[in-house]
Ligand binder design. Sequence first.
Ligand code: FES
Length: 163
Amino acid sequence: MTENTLSRRDFLNIAWGAAGALALVETGGVVLSFFSPRVVEGEFGGVIDAGAADTFAVGSVTPFTQGRFYLVRMPDGGFLALYRKCTHLGCVVPWNPAEGRFVCPCHASAFEIDGQVINPPAPRPLDRFAVTIVDGIVRVDTGTPIQRDRTSPDDLVYAEVAP
Ligand code: FES
């Protein structure tokens, strides 16, 4: 064997070393992706920009499918973001404009426009998300559903009126 010839043992050592380094890099990538934030602004779990407050009619219910909520503008002008997930067993609850209420297709729970239960078996009102209105823009934080035992006027958020 000459000095420039790679022995079988050296070749295998290099090959195993390279394979080990590659496996380490891949494992590092998986670990990094596990710990990186999964919530993207504008998607469910993050803060969603719903648009200008004055574009929502009083008494309207606007679905935000990607955000999994309804933006409700109550008759007095207040805003409320309702999680579309039924508080009974979690079915998606559609808004029924003809009846003016939310009706769950799974077990017929019904909810008022503010999420209050009007027909069980749902045990509590629809959960809501925090709403903020800054410079006339409505933003909904879908990170944490807020459970309620009852609905309240304090749940509503109002746009500032220009002086
Ligand atoms: S899941 Fe909605 S009423 Fe049962």
